[in-house]
Ligand binder design. Structure first.
Ligand code: DQA
Length: 147
């Protein structure tokens, strides 16, 4: 059972980036927590972060036939990238969308994601816990595929 975790633009700066909005936990720490959850579940996990739309789309494509589910924080791309939306719709595994902040309580442009209709589900607003919840959902979806 393999789960792919993708972090979009600017998430490499977590911990230092607008800490009042995104907190002080770093991406490395989030990945470590997810790795621990994967170990407990006997699953494999792969992490990918990029600030480039095309690189994220390529990574989603490459994972076809190789992963059982994915967790995706699209960052700002989620708000406007139809190319990313099409990639999520195209892949052969379920994708869980996560956001650290509550995108529905922020600026108008964040209250909508073009990816939401094509992902399996979305988790928003729990800080690093969003990732853990999203990862648990991905594990369940991956298990469902195996059954
Ligand atoms: C984010 C929310 C987006 O609006 C923002 O552009 C991000 C991070 C989040 O995790 O809360 O980069 O996806």
């Amino acid at each position: 059972m393999k789960i792919l975790v993708i972090h979009g633009p600017n998430l490499n700066l977590l911990g230092r980036r607008e800490p009042d909005v995104y907190g002080r936990v770093t991406l490395e720490e989030i990945n470590r927590e997810l790795k621990e959850l994967a170990l407990q579940a006997g699953a494999e996990v792969e992490f990918f972060q990029s600030n480039h739309e095309g690189a994220i789309i390529d990574r989603l494509h490459q994972a076809c036939g190789k992963v059982d589910a994915a967790v995706l924080n699209p960052g700002a791309l989620g708000h406007y990238s139809y190319a990313l939306r099409d990639a999520v719709a195209a892949v052969d595994y379920p994708v869980v969308e996560v956001h650290l902040s509550n995108i529905y309580s922020r600026e108008e442009f964040r209250r909508y994601t073009v990816t939401a209709p094509v992902v399996k589900g979305q988790i928003s607003g729990f800080g690093p816990l969003s990732y853990r919840l999203g990862f648990l959902a991905a594990l369940e979806l991956a298990r469902g595929k195996e059954r």
